[in-house]
Design a binder for this molecule. Structure first.
Ligand SMILES: [Zn+2]
Length: 384
């Protein structure tokens, strides 16, 4: 049985999501609390912090902005430039970078910033994709680790202490209050919420021939290194009102490219455009917890009053959790090829991670699929 938030369409099967006595989820409550925030005061607080870290003699960058080239990182860079900062932008290359993703990275550089891209060894990366999907059901596991470790390693390497992260995902999508109120990101946050799913980097050594030297990019700097440079980070979403959609509008006006149709499994065309593996990542979330990217997006737009809850439910039914036959037009077969998996191998892994209680089954207990391989959630119809 899945219960849904009475305001948005988030199910209580989402990890770290709680429904209160009125049936309202903590992500909706977090959003509601934003109305009481004094944004002018927050902005001043941000300016004070930036002033403290600004490099006065022009001998080094003022801050590091971890960027993917997506709408949010484009927005972060625009804001930093507007505030008169000289950021060093750092990208950890995605697992299977798309063409539009590459164009958006190029566009970001053209905003007028110095930029470093770190591309981990692709052979090791594919091993980690395999381990991630087959052991914890997350093909994007290495990416979720490296987007946090690589910019922090760069901070140490270039001796730039301040990292400017985007939103605190715990705040928009729901999480323990203590975590959603955090406005900096440290090793503890990474270990708790950084998408490690109980699989630690140190556990990988020995699997599939992996050695310690293979996982350097996925390893956080030591405490001594962090202390030497004084590495610290903040979530920009704590200081400036954060909304992915307005970020997209602004980014687009600064040359960021969206695509012409909605992304597979999603209800919008302006995000998660940089990696062909996103579709598999989102599908596994659906298999494990009964919701996908469409639910996330429909919920945040409902929360902001842009669509009704009724329409949100309809869009979720149309788009959430469809078998990921393609992503950004690339076929599943082609996406799986570098990992040496067939669609059949993939389906078997899907079965292992499917929470069977969430989906309709036949008299023999086998999962029911339509012609396109899509599962049907048990209580779609009860979603009030
Ligand atoms: Zn909600």
């Amino acid at each position: 049985m899945i219960n849904y938030c009475t305001r948005c369409v988030m199910p209580d099967t989402r990890p770290d999501l709680f429904l209160d006595s009125e049936g309202v989820c903590n992500a909706c409550r977090s959003y509601e609390n934003r109305k009481t925030v004094d944004w002018d005061a927050r902005r001043k607080e941000l300016e004070t912090i930036l002033e403290r870290y600004r490099n006065r003699d022009g001998s080094n960058w003022d801050c590091i902005v971890p960027v993917s080239g997506g709408k949010d990182s484009t927005f972060q860079v625009i804001r930093m430039l507007q505030l008169g900062l000289n950021p060093l932008c750092v990208t950890a290359t995605t697992c299977d970078l798309s063409e539009v993703g590459r164009e958006n990275i190029q566009n970001l550089k053209e905003l007028g910033v110095d930029y470093v891209e770190f591309s981990p060894n692709p052979i090791t990366r594919r091993k980690l994709n395999r381990i991630g999907l087959s052991q914890v059901g997350d093909i994007s596991w290495p990416e979720h680790v490296s987007i946090f470790t690589i910019p922090v390693r760069a901070a140490v390497e270039y001796n730039v202490p301040l990292l400017i992260w985007g939103e605190n995902p715990q705040n928009e999508f729901g999480g323990p209050a203590a975590a959603s109120e955090r406005h900096y990101l440290d090793r503890r946050w990474l270990e708790e919420f950084g998408g490690l799913l109980g699989l630690r980097v140190s556990d990988l050594v020995g699997i599939d021939g992996l050695k310690a030297k293979d996982v350097i990019p996925y390893t956080y700097p030591t405490d001594e290194e962090l202390k030497r440079v004084g590495v610290t980070g903040l979530f920009l979403g704590h200081y400036l009102p954060w909304d992915g959609y307005s970020n997209a509008l602004l980014a687009q006006a600064y040359g960021f490219k969206s695509i012409t149709t909605t992304v597979e499994g999603s209800i919008v065309n302006y995000e998660n455009l940089d990696n062909h593996l996103h579709g598999i990542h989102d599908y596994f979330k659906f298999l494990k917890f009964g919701f996908g990217r469409a639910t996330d997006l429909a919920s945040l737009h409902t929360r902001r009053g842009r669509i009704t809850r009724q329409d949100a439910m309809d869009l979720v039914r149309r788009h959430d959790g469809k078998f990921p036959w393609t992503y950004l037009g690339k076929s599943l077969e082609k996406i799986l090829e570098p990992m040496d998996w067939t669609v059949d191998d993939f389906s078997k892994i899907c079965d292992r991670f499917t929470n069977k209680k969430l989906f309709k089954r036949d008299a023999k207990g086998e999962l029911i699929r339509d012609k396109r391989g899509n599962l049907d959630k048990v209580n779609w119809d009860n979603q009030k």
